[in-house]
Ligand binder design. Structure first.
Ligand SMILES: NC(=O)c1ccc[n+]([C@@H]2O[C@H](COP(=O)([O-])OP(=O)(O)OC[C@H]3O[C@@H](n4cnc5c(N)ncnc54)[C@H](O)[C@@H]3O)[C@@H](O)[C@H]2O)c1
Length: 266
């Protein structure tokens, strides 16, 4: 067990132990960061990926999910896919582990979401949704205290990242987050996180623009307090262009502060 010296007395440091479910872009960033936690167990449907990250982090790669979820960890970080959350989320909580969900889109299904929340409540466990590729989720939760009169997410991406051809800026989707999920399932994490924070549906406008090389999220909020405008212009991760660097940093930040007695911006 690691130790530290405070006022001449040696104290044991209890480190947060983590299981990593999904060893792709975000998994690499977590495994390569020296945090105040320890990756103990790793799982990926492509076993070689779990093995590769195990070599970096010192954890054990598992081929069987049941063995992975039974490993001695405090919390499991899902950085895999919506499907993985649906397949494994409940089991993680039933094994008395907290759950961090990156594939927030999985929680857009009300029945699944309620079931997951009920299991967490029964087992006295937490489900954490990191801020991911946006910011401001903290105070958008005031929407659950006083209803918001406007909540709009305007996202602009390069056509290549939306998988559509466009030679000039064009609106490719306008509607609610729940409708957006059906057409652009890989671009909904942010809108679902906003919706869950605010406790209401989110209006979404999705633009393809060949002149942008970053993912731009603009959030417009209006309510009894006044107005909020948030603009997040996301750079890709230095080593992983597919992942917004902010999303990866937000999970590192969550893990760093999860046990802190001082909670800022709650
Ligand atoms: N909340 C946000 O703002 C935000 C931002 C970026 C990414 N994400 C989400 O986080 C997730 C991970 O992102 P990434 O960039 O690391 O993706 P990635 O594709 O690079 O890596 C995902 C890894 O998970 C594995 N995987 C997928 N489904 C699995 C399953 N059912 N069982 C076991 N392993 C499985 C894949 O084999 C892959 O190695 C994605 O779902 C992505 O949409 C969320």
């Amino acid at each position: 067990m690691p130790k530290c010296l405070i006022n001449g007395i040696v104290h044991a440091v209890v480190m947060l132990t983590i299981g990593l479910l999904g060893c792709g872009n975000i998994g690499h960033i977590i495994a390569n960061y020296q945090g105040n936690w320890k990756i103990v167990a790793l799982y990926d449907q492509i076993f070689d990926r779990a093995r590769e990250l195990a070599a970096i982090s010192g954890g054990t790669p598992y081929q069987e999910f049941q063995e992975f979820v039974s490993a001695p960890v405090d919390l499991i970080v899902e950085a895999a896919s919506v499907r993985a959350v649906r397949l494994f989320g409940e089991t993680v909580l039933l094994h008395d582990k907290d759950l961090v969900v990156m594939s927030v889109g999985a929680l857009s299904d009300p029945a699944f979401r309620e079931s997951l929340i009920n299991t967490a409540r029964d087992r006295k466990k937490k489900i954490y949704l990191p801020s991911g590729a946006i910011t401001g989720l903290d105070n958008i939760r005031v929407g659950q205290i006083t209803p918001l009169s406007r909540l709009l997410l305007r996202t602009t991406k390069n056509p290549a990242s939306l998988g559509i051809p466009a030679t000039e800026r064009m609106l490719v989707f306008k509607g609610t987050a729940n409708e957006c999920i059906k057409e652009f399932p890989r671009n909904v994490n942010v809108s679902v996180a906003l919706s869950l924070a605010a406790g209401r549906e989110v209006d979404v406008e999705l633009y393809a623009d060949p002149d942008v090389d970053r993912n731009l999220h603009e959030i417009f909020v209006e309510g009894a307090f006044g107005e909020i405008y948030i603009r997040v212009n996301n750079l890709p991760s230095p080593d992983n262009p597919a992942t917004s660097y902010l999303a990866a940093l937000s999970i590192l930040s969550l893990l760093t502060h999860i046990d802190s007695p001082l909670v800022v911006g709650a």
